[in-house]
Design a protein around this ligand. Structure first.
Ligand SMILES: Cc1ncc(COP(=O)(O)O)c(C=O)c1O
Length: 383
């Protein structure tokens, strides 16, 4: 087989797995649907032993994720939360994490309700404010955790600046890059140590599998994540690893269309009097716009907007005739979500209000349908 030498991003989406397809020269990565591997003899182990530890199909996906994020090692998990769980599990009782207060509700839940029971403390803060961040370090802080843009308010944190601060304090920077994917933003070249994804979203792109990915460029961190992955076992099954490799091949063409539609939605929503506030990364006059436009290719295809109140949000959703109400994002279909009662339902009301999440907030994952149909549905909802 050809070595598939290539240097550009879109080609790497197709060839970057470096999977071992040589036996029958299959153009696609073979699916090794096996839990275990026969070993040559007692005392001598083959390349693969047991699928929880390593599997060739998963290894191809892990290599692909590292290649795309500019890291040196990748790890695939059964969900985004399993990936986040594994990353947080590399720390120990007594360690502290500084985290963006504006983060996905599920991440907030494990930082607040799971890890403190094992002695890992988290302080939530506004990571966009570098002075607050700098002042929050204690000798126990071992990591800074950010989402940029954040879910659901699209808050922007300066990745390169936070990476420098974290390094100065001997802490690692962890970035959840779910909303933009490595096609639109690459935190590792900007200084992040660990990048993670809910690959359930754009990387999968078709709302049909759950998956999580972790990438790092640091050998010590890679060894610690690898240890937790094998020890705790939340790995991605071979069949799902195959589906994800398949989906990632079309990431760039899908994202281009998602973004084209999203930019048109932003222009439309800006003109609607019912829309009290609009959150789209990099939008003129919004928080962190310059920083976002420096560190990402464009604003992506997630946006949020504020209607008058909870009743208005309910009415809007009820009137839609094409776009479904559902959690999750990044699939070909447009999806509307009500963060207050859905993605952030587990966050106490007072914390949601402190985060800026109101009952009138709508989050919109813009799909790749014809824009005219999206526009007609939005206008129907807003009428
Ligand atoms: C930004 C972000 N990170 C992590 C997750 C968790 O991923 P999963 O649902 O694949 O466990 C989500 C899920 O919506 C998310 O939006």
């Amino acid at each position: 087989m050809k070595p598939h030498l290539c240097t550009h991003f879109n080609s790497k989406l197709i060839y970057g797995s470096g999977g071992d397809n040589t036996e029958y020269c299959s153009v696609n990565t073979p699916i090794y649907q096996t839990s275990t591997f026969a070993q040559p003899c007692v005392g001598e182990l083959g390349k693969y032993e047991y699928t929880r530890s390593e599997n060739p199909t998963r290894a191809a996906l892990e290599q692909l994720s590292a290649t795309l994020e500019g890291g040196t090692a990748g790890f695939a998990f059964s969900t985004g939360m399993a990936a986040i769980m594994a990353v947080l599990s590399i720390f120990s009782a007594g360690d502290e994490i500084l985290s963006s207060a504006s983060i996905y509700g599920g991440t907030y839940r494990i930082l607040r309700d799971v890890f403190p029971r094992f002695g890992l403390k988290t302080t939530l803060l506004d990571t966009a404010n570098l002075d607050t961040l700098e002042a929050s370090f204690t000798p126990q802080v071992k990591a800074v955790y950010i989402e940029t843009p954040s879910n659901p308010l699209m808050q922007i944190t300066d990745i390169a600046a936070v990476a420098q601060i974290a390094k100065r304090h001997g802490a690692v920077l962890i970035v959840d890059n779910t909303f933009l994917t490595p096609y639109l933003q690459q935190p590792i070249p900007l200084g992040a140590d660990i990048v993670l994804h809910s690959a359930t979203k754009y990387l999968c792109g078709h709302s049909d599998i759950l998956a999580g990915l972790v990438v790092t460029n640091d050998d010590d961190l890679a060894a610690r994540v690898k240890f937790v992955q094998n020890a705790t076992g939340g790995v991605l099954p071979p069949m799902d690893a195959y589906w994800l490799i398949r989906s990632i091949k079309t990431l760039a063409v899908r994202m281009d269309r998602h973004v084209e539609n999203a930019e048109k939605c932003v222009a439309l929503l800006r003109e609607q009097s019912a829309v009290k506030a609009l959150y789209y990364p990099g939008l003129d006059g919004t928080q962190g716009a310059d920083i976002h436009n420096r560190q990402a290719k464009n604003g992506g295809a997630m946006l949020s907007f504020e209607l008058a109140d909870g009743d208005a949000a309910k009415l809007f959703v009820d009137k839609l005739q094409m776009i479904d109400l559902a959690v999750s994002l990044g699939g070909t279909e447009s999806l509307i979500c009500h963060p207050w009662s859905m993605t952030h339902a587990s966050v106490p009301a007072e914390d949601k209000i402190a985060m800026g999440i109101t009952q009138g907030l709508i989050r919109f994952s813009v799909g790749i349908e014809d824009f005219e149909d999206i526009r007609n549905d939005l206008l129907l909802g807003l009428a």
